[in-house]
Design a protein around this ligand. Structure first.
Ligand code: SF4
Length: 182
C-alpha cells in the first residue's frame, strides 16, 4: 500500500509542487520537519537530495507568498482539516500529512485536482477513496471535490459557498457539479 499511495498520489503532488505548478504554499502546508519527513518517507535523500533538486528562486518566492496568504485563513484551514480528519482512513500511510496538504490546496482558486498537482480529476477521486472513504462515499452526485468539501462546511454551519438552501434551486449549480465527468 505504501508504494502505491506514494506512486499514485504523493509523487505527482511533490513533483508538481517542486515545479511551482500547485496552489500549495511553502513546504506544501506542512512545517519544515514534516516536509523533511515526507521526503524521507518517499525515499528522497535529504542530506544531498534537496540541494541537488533546488527550487528556483521564483518558485520559492511564490511559495513564501502563498504561505503568508494561507496564514490569513487559518480558521478556514482548520475547519477543512477537521472535516478531513473525521473521514481519514487510519490504515493508509502519511494520513495526517495528506490532511494538511489537501486542506492547504483547497485554498487555491482552481479545481482541487489542479491546485493539488494531480494529473487529472479521477486520480483525486481515487485519493479520496483511499484516504477519506466516508467523504468519497458521500459524494455520490459527482460534485466537484473542492465544492463538495465546502458544502460540508456550509452544512456544519459555515458560510462559504452556499447561497441557497438546496442545490437544485441554486444559481451556482454548474460550478459545483461536474456533470460530464465520472
Ligand atoms: S449548488 Fe449552491 S447550494 Fe449546492 S453546494 Fe453549490 S453553492 Fe452550495
Amino acid at each position: 500500500m505504501i508504494d502505491n499511495v506514494i506512486q499514485e498520489y504523493w509523487q505527482p503532488i511533490v513533483e508538481s509542487y517542486r515545479r511551482g505548478e500547485t496552489a500549495l504554499p511553502l513546504y506544501m502546508g506542512l512545517n519544515q520537519n514534516g516536509y523533511d519527513a515526507l521526503m524521507l518517507a518517499m525515499g528522497i535523500e535529504l542530506a544531498m537530495g534537496l540541494e541537488s533538486i533546488p527550487l528556483s528562486r521564483e518558485v520559492e518566492e511564490k511559495l513564501q507568498l502563498r504561505l503568508e496568504l494561507m496564514n490569513m485563513r487559518v480558521s478556514e484551514l482548520e475547519e477543512l482539516e477537521r472535516l478531513l480528519v473525521e473521514s481519514l482512513n487510519s490504515d493508509v500511510v502519511l494520513g495526517s500529512e495528506m490532511v494538511t496538504v489537501l486542506a492547504s490546496a483547497c485554498l487555491g482558486s482552481q479545481h482541487l485536482w489542479r491546485d493539488l498537482g494531480m494529473p487529472e480529476r479521477p486520480r483525486l477521486t481515487a485519493l479520496f477513496r483511499d484516504y477519506f472513504p466516508s467523504l468519497h462515499a458521500s459524494n455520490n452526485r459527482n460534485m466537484r471535490w473542492k465544492r463538495f468539501l465546502y458544502r460540508q462546511l456550509c452544512e456544519n454551519g459555515g458560510d462559504y459557498v452556499c447561497r441557497s438552501p438546496s442545490c437544485e434551486e441554486c444559481a451556482s449549480y454548474s460550478e459545483c457539479f461536474d456533470i460530464a465527468a465520472k
